[in-house]
Every structure is written in C-alpha cells, then in structure tokens.
Design a protein around this ligand. Structure first.
Ligand code: HEC
Length: 148
C-alpha cells in the first residue's frame, strides 16, 4: 500500500512539473522586459563577432549600437508593482531601491550613447573601449539587481 501511495505521489509531482514546464510566463511586464534585454544582448553578441572575431561587417556596428540605445528607450515601465510575481530574476531590491536602479539605468544609457558616438567614426580602438564600458554598465546593474 505504501508503495502505491509513493508511486501516486511521484506521478503527481511529475505531472505538476511537466505542466509548469509547459506553462509560459504571462505577466506582461516580465515578458516585455526580458524580451527587450534579449534584443540588447543580441546586439552585443553581434558586435562582439565583428570587433573580436573578425566577422566582416564593420558598417553594422552603428546599427547594433543604436539598437542597444533604442532598447533602453523602449523599456517602458519595466518594473511595475506586481511584476515580482512570476519567472523573474529581478531581485526584490529593484522595488525597494528605485533611486539606485535609476542611477544604474542612466549609467547604462550614457554608455550606450557613447557607443553610438564611437561607432559613428572609424576608430576601432575607440569602439572597442566603448563596447567594454557598455558591458561593464550592464554587469554593474546585474550584480546589484539580477539573481544569478
Ligand atoms: C537597470 C538595471 C539593468 C541594466 C542597466 C541592464 N540590465 Fe539586464 N537585466 C536586469 C534585470 C533586473 C534582469 C532580470 C529581469 C527579469 O528576469 O525579470 C535582467 C535580465 C537580463 C537578461 C536576461 C533576459 C531573460 O530572457 O531572462 C539579459 C540577456 C540582459 N539582462 C542583458 C542586458 C544587457 C546586454 C544590458 C546592457 C546593454 C543590460 N542587460 C542592462 C537589469 C539590468
């Protein structure tokens, strides 16, 4: 009898986790901000291939830099109340330290503007420096406000 109960318990746990794997996050603010962050990370990855791996599309650097800057411009109200509920990696501090979050965001926007400016020229070294600085600003916010 014990064995049967155990088997049933295992079966229902399996069913529940299969369901949650199927269920997609539906909190719009979470889905939206993660989507925007992913677009920015995509631009960073494409830039890396051009700056460090020899992919030959230097004229595209300006497009990717602008894409990152535009991403910040389209975050909207990224962390409204209630958007801590769901599949999110945002730390609770994001809702309790708004001034610090804003500072991190403004730092990142500043770096994105500098990256756009650097890619308007042809100095690869300057673009690499601006790209690294951009990455540091993304990381600074993640260190403070994103769970591992
Ligand atoms: C103001 C703080 C902040 C800045 C600046 C920031 N991020 Fe994030 N990022 C976060 C937080 C918080 C999350 C977790 C969001 C969630 O899971 O709801 C996140 C999540 C992500 C994710 C994972 C998205 C997913 O699908 O789960 C990626 C990729 C990412 N950021 C890339 C970047 C890149 C690239 C930059 C810089 C160009 C950047 N972020 C700048 C705070 C920031």
């Amino acid at each position: 009898m014990k064995k049967i109960i155990l088997a049933l318990a295992v079966a229902s746990v399996t069913a529940v986790s299969a369901l949650s794997a199927l269920a997609e996050e539906s909190n719009p603010a979470i889905v939206h901000r993660q989507g925007i962050y992913k677009t920015m990370a995509g631009h960073m990855t494409a830039m890396k291939s051009i700056l460090f791996l020899g992919f030959e599309a230097p004229a595209d650097l300006a497009f990717h830099a602008q894409g990152i800057l535009d991403g910040f411009g389209h975050m909207g109200n990224a962390y409204p109340p209630g958007s801590d509920k769901g599949e999110t990696k945002a730390k609770p501090e994001i809702w309790t330290q708004p001034d610090k979050v804003k500072q991190r965001a403004m730092d990142a926007v500043g770096a994105a503007k500098a990256l756009v400016a650097a890619t308007a020229g042809t100095d690869k070294g300057a673009t690499i420096a601006a790209f690294k600085s951009m990455g540091e600003k993304c990381k600074a916010c993640h260190d403070d406000f994103r769970k591992e």
